[in-house]
Ligand binder design. Structure first.
Ligand SMILES: O=C(O)CCC(=O)C(=O)O
Ligand SMILES: [Fe+2]
Length: 497
């Protein structure tokens, strides 16, 4: 279970930090101008005094008493000027900015990492990524020669030689077409390209013939055959067919274990969904729901996975976000400003829980609603958990129940998952079930509901493996409620299973 991504929330905060930056700078300028004005006035006054004195007291150097007086005054002038020059007030106003600098530096690193991860996951060549393109979609702005150069540098620091090559080539092309901007050091770029091609040892022109093959072993064999061929045809290759290179490279690097999850995320289609797609208005024997039935949709039958549309209301969603944001500020204050903990913090800052007081205050009717559509009690449930995913945010396939032995002694395991979507996310960021070949779209106000345990014996239902596809654009908010075994009407005794 891993949650690595740039946080939309911390980015927003960082953006707001720039206001503080400007405030500090303005303060600095104000103090500096004041100081320089004072210094200027003072120097002018001293100069005047000196000229006057010289004119009116010709022979004053002969008079010892006069000299002492003049020296005293000069001494005073000297220190006064020195103090004005050394005034630290303005410098102090800048100290805040120093702290901010590290923060943004780390976010740049996180963003580079996110870009790279998205590329790997969705198999997006640098040429598409830098054009802000994925399949036929626009996912971002065009990256310029400098951006690509920074990516090449990042990959080099991570010893990702294939990444270095494709980003260096991309940067090189853009450097040429963008009028050779100074941010790119062509010497270094050349070094990147040559050294990583030596390092990887690929004949890149041959690489493009390996495509469409599903035999991993065969691919690896071909790769090892080409491994010792070193040629400088990368730039040509990049123009011709980058996707295949990347695809093959990715397979070699990571294997094909996660292919199902990736394919679901990439294509966003459930192959089997039509077979048992069912929609109905559901009253759940609730008198009140006769007037306002649930919009229930089955997206899978074995195990049953349902979507309840429009089950969370607009005012609830904004309340939840407000509560969550407050909580996330708290999480941020706790940690120290230490480079190595910043990533940690932006990760944990994504998650928060609704405390008991707030649950009693604001979630009563939602609890009732959950009880009506699931048929289970919410009395024995986990606190509402809220997650925000930013760029590259994902949740690798996992099971929600605790592993055997780690369940709660008092409440048992996570029987039911109720997953609310607080945002619409188009085209990606689905919840996908790789073993069932289905996805659930991220639809604001909807709840995805399923049982994690086999209702006949309480064992983990292994088909419920699921995850959140990496976000290419925008951000995704969810809220989860896990209902425990204890207190539910179960055909088995959970304490003795
Ligand atoms: O965000 C999603 O779509 C899935 C979240 C999830 O699986 C979880 O929170 O356990
Ligand atoms: Fe989950």
């Amino acid at each position: 279970e891993q949650r690595l991504h740039t946080s939309q929330i911390s980015l927003t905060k960082l953006y707001d930090l720039q206001n503080e930056h400007f405030n500090a700078l303005n303060k600095y300028l104000e103090l500096e101008i004041k100081r320089l004005d004072e210094l200027k006035d003072y120097v002018a006054a001293v100069y005047e005094w000196r000229a006057d004195h010289k004119n009116t007291n010709k022979g004053f150097l002969d008079n010892h008493l006069d000299i002492t007086k003049v020296m005293k005054q000069m001494h005073h002038h000297f220190f006064k000027t020195k103090n004005l020059i050394k005034n630290k007030q303005s410098i102090a106003a800048l100290s805040e900015i120093d702290e901010h600098k590290d923060l943004s530096g780390n976010h740049i690193l996180l963003a580079h990492r996110a870009i790279k991860r998205l590329q790997q996951f969705y198999v997006i060549p640098a040429s598409d990524m830098s054009a802000g393109r994925f399949n036929d979609r626009i996912i971002g702005d065009r990256m310029d020669a400098c951006d690509c150069y920074a990516m090449a540098k990042y990959c080099s620091e991570e010893n990702d030689m294939y990444g270095v090559i494709e980003w260096a080539v991309e940067s090189y092309n853009k450097w040429e077409s963008d009028g050779r901007p100074e941010c790119v050091d062509p010497e270094l770029l050349n070094f990147y390209i040559v050294s990583s091609s030596v390092y990887t040892g690929f004949d890149f022109s041959n690489l493009i013939h390996i495509n469409g093959s599903i035999n991993l072993q065969e691919d690896i064999d071909k790769f090892s055959r080409y491994y010792h061929l070193i040629k400088n045809e990368l730039i040509e290759l990049e123009k011709e067919n980058a996707l295949n290179t990347f695809e093959v490279y990715y397979r070699l690097q990571k294997g094909i274990n996660q292919d199902n999850f990736r394919n679901l995320c990439k294509h966003g289609v459930s192959q089997t969904i039509d077979n048992y797609l069912k929609c109905r208005y559901q009253t759940k024997d609730s008198f009140y729901r006769i007037l306002m039935p649930f919009k229930e949709e089955d997206i899978n039958s074995e195990p049953l996975i349902k979507i309840y549309h429009d089950v969370l209301y607009e005012n609830e969603i904004s309340k939840i976000k407000t509560l969550a944001l407050e909580n996330m500020i708290d999480a941020k204050i706790q940690s120290s400003i230490n480079a190595s903990t910043i990533e940690e913090r932006s990760r944990s800052g994504q998650v928060c829980w609704i405390n008991n007081n707030d649950e009693v205050k604001y979630f009563d009717s939602l609890n009732t609603r959950i009880e009506t559509f699931t048929g289970f009690t919410t009395k024995t449930a986990e606190k509402y958990q809220i997650v925000n995913y930013g760029l590259g945010g994902h949740y690798l396939p996992h099971y929600d129940p605790f592993p055997k032995g780690a369940e709660s002694k008092m409440f048992g395991n996570r029987l039911v998952t109720v997953l609310f979507y607080l945002t619409d996310v188009e085209n990606d960021g689905y919840t996908s079930f790789p073993l069932l070949n289905i996805i659930a779209p991220t639809e604001k106000g909807a709840a995805l509901v399923w049982n994690n345990l086999d209702m006949s014996n309480g064992k983990l239902d292994e088909k419920t493996l699921h995850g959140s596809c990496p976000l290419l654009k925008g951000n995704k908010w969810i809220m989860t409620k896990w209902l425990y075994e204890e207190g539910q009407n179960l055909p088995y005794d959970w304490k003795n299973k």
